[in-house]
Design a protein around this ligand. Structure first.
Ligand code: SIN
Length: 503
């Protein structure tokens, strides 16, 4: 089928909550919006996988702000946090409640949940499957919107730039590509889970938007702060093999579940005064350490009625042959990138007419460690702000890169083999705990790998090659930022440790 050249007021790339919010706000402001997403189904977006929920301020923005700043290990940008907490309640009511009619648990009385490092119950949720209950109606709403055209299974390969201004992107479908010229471009491409062996993200999270923006010269920041979730199922599977891990939401600990090591001991009280509800980076390191010391960590769900309170998770356990009554084996897995494309409070990047929202953006809200259930909220608030700010620019045609004559064929398994290498290096050396020597060596392995990928992108074009390029560029940015930062803070934790395998 392929794609044809097109012109639009606003191009949004990505269809998670951030992309949908930007498209909605752009359309409300009068722009004709093209939303291009490489997702062929909603499940391909990280937002769909979100479990816990959406934190709101409940009329008390200062308390939410204090929790965010505390969890961020003091690195959150106060101006950005003020924006988030002061707009949280209205944005959630406007979009999720009034526009999309989302049926949060508890109906209008709202059954607010509590999660780690929150000083009070303030999380709106639908079971522990909140993401899908937000995203499905959002996509349906946009599909019916006169001003929004959604292009599914359509990837953005590269930005169209001219003299420091971004004019849209090259988009691809079915091995055909064409320019999409846009008055403004909003990147909402999500995270980087595909750079790690174990991640709670879908395998499509290849860092595309961050790589495209960085290659076009946009500033990125805080790339070393990669958040690992402490309680992902500790199975053997890896991302992309169909048997990857699955998340056991922090909401489960919020409802009373506790972590126990292989000797059956509760260990979190020895690590932090808030025990199992300590900030995520602290719990993730503790779980890693107890697994190394005693051999296993289990999530003991006996203090709650797990099957009734978390039916989706109970079903997933059953599907994998796990009996929750025995405790669910857990291990940390990559979960979220706190840094990304550097943006202001309206989602503007350092490049003219380029905006970024959601996980690919670094708003400053998360500092060195993100507070639970603030990512969907940040996606919503910044999506709305950026969508509004990006409306009102006319598209201009510029010269598009000459991708059209290139040979789409790639050696079989090329991308798969490179991904295996990339994930091994990132997992072994740019993980929960890091050493400066390992980080330096990881950066040099990744630089070589990126060079090999670049050699192919000079002569060939395919979606899988560009996804690999996205992952290689992003992984290198993470490794370099981590190697350059000698201060342990939040998710960036330095200690002398494992050696990198440089093959
Ligand atoms: C979770 O449900 O534990 C994840 C929530 C989040 O990452 O904010």
């Amino acid at each position: 089928m392929g794609v044809e050249e097109r012109t639009t007021d606003m191009l949004v790339v990505g269809s998670g909550i951030a992309g949908c919010a930007a498209a909605l706000a752009g359309a409300r402001a009068g722009a004709d919006v093209t939303l291009a997403t490489k997702a062929a189904r909603p499940e391909d977006s990280t937002s769909f996988w979100a479990q816990g929920g959406v934190a709101v301020a409940r009329g008390d923005p200062e308390t939410l702000k204090a929790d965010i700043v505390e969890a961020s290990d003091g690195l959150a940008d106060p101006e950005a946090v003020d924006v988030l907490v002061s707009e949280a309640d209205d944005a959630v009511r406007d979009v999720f409640v009034d526009t999309l009619d989302v049926d949060f648990d508890g109906d209008e009385a709202f059954d607010y949940g509590r999660e780690a490092a929150h000083s009070e119950a303030r999380i709106l949720h639908v079971d522990a499957a909140t993401g899908r209950h937000l995203l499905a109606p959002f996509l349906n709403h946009l599909a019916d919107h006169d001003r929004v055209q959604v292009l599914e299974d359509t990837a953005a390969l590269d930005l169209l730039t001219h003299e420091g201004r971004v004019h849209g992107a090259m988009i691809e479908l079915d091995d055909e590509w064409a320019p999409c010229f846009a008055g403004a471009t909003v990147l909402a491409t999500g995270g980087i889970g595909a750079c790690y062996r174990r991640s709670t993200n879908p395998p499509t999270a290849t860092g595309d938007g961050i790589a495209m923006a960085a290659l076009a010269g946009a500033d990125v920041a805080d790339m070393e702060y990669v958040q690992f979730h402490p309680t992902a199922f500790a199975g053997e599977g890896e991302i992309g093999d169909g048997q990857g891990t699955f998340l056991l939401s922090e909401a489960v600990r919020g409802e009373g579940a506790v972590l126990r090591n292989a000797e059956g001991e509760r260990f979190m009280p020895d690590y932090h005064p808030d025990a199992d509800l300590a900030p995520r980076d602290v719990v993730a390191r503790a779980v890693k350490q107890e697994r190394e010391r005693t051999g296993a960590v289990r999530l003991d769900v006996s203090p709650l009625s797990f099957d009734d309170e978390f039916p989706d998770l109970a079903d997933e356990c059953q599907r994998r042959g796990i009996d929750p009554a025995d405790g669910i084996p857990v291990a940390p897995a990559q979960h979220f990138l706190c840094g990304g494309i550097d943006v202001d409070t309206e989602g503007r990047t350092s490049l003219d007419r380029l905006f970024a929202v959601g996980e690919c953006a670094r708003t400053g809200v998360h500092g060195a460690n993100r507070l639970a259930s603030t990512s969907l909220l940040e996606s919503l608030v910044w999506g709305l702000r950026a969508g509004e700010a990006a409306a009102g620019f006319d598209a201009e045609r510029v010269e598009a890169p000459d991708l059209l004559d290139r040979d789409p064929a790639l050696p079989d398994t090329f991308a798969d083999e490179k991904f295996v290498r990339l994930r091994r290096v990132m997992t072994d050396s740019v993980g929960i705990t890091r050493s400066t020597a390992d980080l330096d060596r990881a950066a040099s392995v990744l630089r070589r790998l990126k060079g090999e990928v670049d050699a192919y992108t000079r002569t060939r074009t395919s979606r899988s090659l560009y996804e690999l390029r996205g992952a290689a560029v992003t992984a290198l940015l993470v490794a370099r930022a981590a190697a350059d930062n000698d201060e342990s803070r939040g998710c960036h934790h330095l200690e002398e440790g494992a050696a990198v395998d440089a093959d």
